[in-house]
Each structure stands twice: as structure tokens, then as C-alpha cells.
Design a protein. Structure first.
Length: 118
């Protein structure tokens, strides 16, 4: 019943309202002193040297995207492994088709040289 969800919706509204209220109050009453030291970027205790817009090799991003792609595909194997006995031969054939498609994609990536770091 939708009425059963009212306490959850009310709690979400109260939590969001509290977060917005605290952010507004701290913004209004907080100090507003902007100095040169406060406005400089600071990363892990090291002062910034050079430009942050330095080009990065596309190979890094390509490997990251491929990792996420194949990692998500492996996640689909977990429910199959849990329900292996219930799915029977049809489930086994479907998983072989899925694994074959995954293997073809991996072979394609290797043939294209996407994982070569020259």
C-alpha cells in the first residue's frame, strides 16, 4: 500500500531539508575572508606545478572503460552461477552464448591493439 511508504518519504524530506538548512545557515553566518593562500589549489600536501590541463594519453581512458565494460559483464555471471541447477541445459547454452560473445569482444579488442602500451 502506498500509505506504508509515508514514513520513509517523510524521513527523506526531513533529511534533505536538514541538509539544505545547514548549508544555507553555514553559508550565511560563516566567515568570508578570501586570501591568496585560500584561493590557491592544494592537492595532497603538494603545491601545484604547471597546468592542470596537460593532455593525458587516451590509452589510459580506453583501458579504464574496457575494464568497467568487462567487469560489468562478469557481474552478470554471478546470478547464473547461483541458479545454475535451476536453469538446466537452456541456462548453460545461454551462458555459453554469452561467454562466446564476451570472448569475441575480447579478441576484437586484442586484435585492434587497444591494450598495447607502446
Amino acid at each position: 500500500m502506498p500509505v506504508n511508504y509515508l514514513p520513509i518519504i517523510f524521513q527523506m524530506i526531513v533529511a534533505a531539508g536538514f541538509a539544505v538548512l545547514v548549508m544555507l545557515v553555514t553559508h550565511k553566518i560563516g566567515p568570508k575572508r578570501k586570501t591568496k593562500d585560500k584561493l590557491t589549489p592544494f592537492e595532497s600536501g603538494i603545491e601545484v606545478i604547471g597546468n592542470a590541463r596537460t593532455p593525458v594519453s587516451i590509452k589510459y581512458f580506453l583501458v579504464a572503460i574496457l575494464f568497467v565494460l568487462f567487469d560489468v559483464e562478469v557481474i552478470f555471471m554471478y546470478p547464473w552461477a547461483v541458479n545454475f541447477r535451476d536453469l538446466g541445459k537452456d541456462g548453460m547454452i545461454e551462458m555459453f552464448i554469452f561467454m562466446g560473445t564476451l570472448l569475441l569482444g575480447f579478441i576484437y579488442i586484442i586484435k585492434k591493439g587497444a591494450l598495447d602500451w607502446d
